[in-house]
Ligand binder design. Sequence first.
Ligand code: FEO
Length: 396
Amino acid sequence: MGFNVKNNIYWVGKIDWELRKFHGSEYSTHRGSTYNSYLIREEKTALVDTVWKPFSKEYLEGLSREIDLRKIDYIIANHAEIDHSGALPELMDLVPDKPVYCTSNGIKSLKGHYHRDWNFVPVKTGDRLSLGSKELVFIEAPMLHWPDSMFCYLSGDNVLFSNDAFGQHYASEYMYNDLVDRDELFTECIKYYANILTPFSALVGRKIKEFASLNLPLDIICTSHGVIWRDNPMQIVEKYLEWSSGYKENQITIIYDTMWNGTRIMAEGIAEGIKRVDRSVNIKLYNVSGTDKNDIITEVFKSKGILVGSPTINKGVLSSVAGILDQIRGLGFKGKKAAAFGCYGWSGESVRIITEHLKSSGFEVADEGLSALWNPDEKSINECVSYGQKIAGVMA
Ligand code: FEO
């Protein structure tokens, strides 16, 4: 069921409590998600975004209960990704002549997805669309989260429709930031930023400053995932500024996998050493094979330094560790320190391989790494503790 957001703005999207995987299986959604679509009923009527394709039918049934679809004057596609544009083909089958406003990259993406030639109207930053006494202002936002992404802003109501930016994969029946559990909300916000927006942090900072320079009053941010920010919407904007500026907490995260517990024992020894030197640092250990990879990425995002451990197998590292290292590389973390560790029985390449990977992923390698032959004995464990003490110093 839709609800009124402000004056003539209505939420007409879909709350998806069942979603557990997004982007294929690239992103875990422990708390579901929402696909937010908005209907603006001024003298002219505009529809901002739609929903993910599996919900097209029920979305259009719901929308038809709100309005005769022929009375929609403008369709705004802030972003072409399927979670927002998925219902467009069925909608356009019903109203084939209605104009679809999007960026020029949006036209390419929508044509690429659906192979249809709708009545596209390309817009760029600063373009305006009159809805009567109020108007929509378009603001391109490339790479937040795809090249085609844009925001639009409704004058008079001071509402920003930000699409992916400032969103979260978070299902709630209450849909406003002041009506949900704040810890849960910000847990999902930082996970979303860490896993999706980290590579584009420079653009995030620039876009926020550009928006601020327009001096548009801001009362509400209507995202396309999760809650609507109506209580102090600037709080999430300020968080984005913080997260986009080399964010780190006083945390060291130890990520590893282990075959016969040797590398786990090393991880625990290193943690003990860090703790002996600096009890203020938050130390977290994750066995990659049993931990959600997006949760690990969030912890890496929060860390000032990471240690990555794997035993040597077939002159390489365990595939679970290789997988998380690849994911870390793709996100392009900046300003973080790292080191490697791992046990081995004969050839012992894992520490060198991990170290090289971390270096090429943009980490400052804090040390050449620590190896242990066979399962760590008491002497070896003491070396791990000493290594942790050293790491606490170099990552301070
Ligand atoms: Fe929520 Fe980039 O789509």
